[in-house]
Ligand binder design. Sequence first.
Ligand SMILES: Cc1ncc(COP(=O)(O)O)c(C=O)c1O
Length: 407
Amino acid sequence: MSSSFKKIIPFAKPSIGTDEEDAVLRVLRSGWLTTGRETLAFEKEFQEFVSSKHALAVTSGTAGLHLALEASGVEADQFVITTPYTFAATAEIIRYMHAHPLFVDILPDSYNIDPELVAKAVRENKHHVAAIIPVHIAGNICDMKSLCEITAEKNIHIIEDCAHAFPVKYNGKYAGTLGQIGVYSFYANKTITTGEGGMIATDNTEYTQRMKVMRTHGIDREAWDRYSAQNKWYYEIIEPGFKYNLSDIASAIGRVQLTRANDFLEKRRHIANIYIRELSGLDFLHIPAYTDDHAWHLFMIRIQPEYCTLSRNVFIEKLSENGIGTSVHYTPLHIMPYYKNKYGYKPDDFPVSLANSQACISLPIYPDLDEEDLMYIIQTVKKIGQAHRPVHTAVPGSAATSPKPEK
Ligand SMILES: Cc1ncc(COP(=O)(O)O)c(C=O)c1O
């Protein structure tokens, strides 16, 4: 591989076209920029898309998770089961409520929370478990059948973290509509984006009313209601709420992205299939199995240390030297200083999370990734892996076994 190679393939890239540009211009010229007509339309279209009774647009997935947990009535010092194998947001919102995350380890192949361990944590009942936040990692839906069975008998709420899981179905229903509340993220690298933004879906009208009020400072009516007609300026603050309403500019982008969501999913599926076809059978890599219950937000591979002399970090550096952007999902939360210090976790407390996190690499996957770049990524991964096999496994004649050329 030449060091003068200039190809740069980003890890993620939003697919934004002229329809999104036109939608933003329409709003900019409309005289109304904050939450209004566009946001109401986006909520209605989203709610129809996922077939939920209600949808609320918010400034981020994090904001949505916070509102969901607050509405579900979680109180200080109660416990919320979730996975350590997730982004900061999933657990920090539990701490916003002065409740505690009760981490449960994951399954090695799916990276999703292990239902048997969830059942055990609920059964042991050492703590008051008020809710569970399953995270559909990479867009691969958790075993929701088991999770619903475990939680139903104990009246434990399920808030689905669908930051990676849109638009994808499980037994005919969209992720995000399988528990009590579902929260989606429209962050820039997500499967649809508004730059920053998110959406909450639920069938529960009481929660919706609470989240609506708490989304806008705990005020009983939103600005759109107050200024869009005369003599409606009066409002009351009924709670110390938050400032989580989505702007019409962002919603206008979201409406266009929503119309493209199924096409994006097909493109992601196509890429995932090619990765799987081309990378299967390599002993130095673990790759995900193909399933339709997957939004393919991420394509996560794992380096198998017994068949590769490079550490995961050096493998990433080599990909980067070849112009390939990657990411790591995730460093588990229990080894992050805050959680480690607050709860006294040891790295081995969640051994599957720890082992997966030390070996995983997320490769580029997005609708605008063209096939030439995709094949280049695949060839580069293969070349790096094959050139760094332990001697006992090396293919005769490969770089790992060939004697150094004489000068
Ligand atoms: C698993 C997970 N949950 C929640 C979030 C939070 O979403 P947002 O960035 O929209 O706040 C993210 C964002 O990356 C995420 O990956």
